[in-house]
Design a protein around this ligand. Sequence first.
Ligand code: GTP
Ligand code: MG
Length: 198
Amino acid sequence: MKIKSADFVMSNSDVAKCPNEPLPEYAFIGRSNVGKSSLINMLTDKKNLAKTSGRPGKTQLINHFKINENWFLVDLPGYGYARVSKKDKKTFQKYITNYFLQRQQLVCSFILIDIRHKPQPIDLEFMQWMGENGIPFAIVFTKADKLKPLAIQRHVTDYLQHLLNDVWEEAPQCFITSSSKKTGRDELLAYIDAVNLE
Ligand code: GTP
Ligand code: MG
């Protein structure tokens, strides 16, 4: 798929106020600093479309970006950011969960995992919650440029094996990406195209 246009539309914390158009959308979620906003910039080939930062907690709202005038990419705040106050954390969680539970236009979500890390309870719990609520997702391993090819394969295999030993009967679809090297771009865009037609 070719990206011809990518435009910021709006930010808000209320799913009811998200764009009221019946267009398919794809959301990016995962721990703070995992690279959600960077991945959106990489996919759209626009350096500063979504705001990124070396410090976790940068994205704080539900951000809609309209692609090719007919679908949306959605950048979400990260979970598991220790430095936000307890009250803020709860508000985050509430509107993130409302977004996933209520957004009719959501076709598929991408749960981002830093490829260097071992399976973390917070990600496993989130995947389980998505599964229990019947919300489709794929896994996107990020920052693959930080590992050598053999280590990439080993980390991915170990991660998927962990999921299969946990509660999952099938391993989810997964992608290996690097926003700095543009790894995985074609595969992700092709997947977005394919799930939209299903
Ligand atoms: P929050 O909005 O805080 O939840 O973070 P985020 O998940 O949107 O992460 P963001 O895209 O802001 O990136 C966080 C940091 O990781 C930044 O310093 C990025 O430059 C870096 N980063 C993101 N993707 C990659 C990648 O593929 N490779 C490398 N080496 N660094 C990356
Ligand atoms: Mg972000």
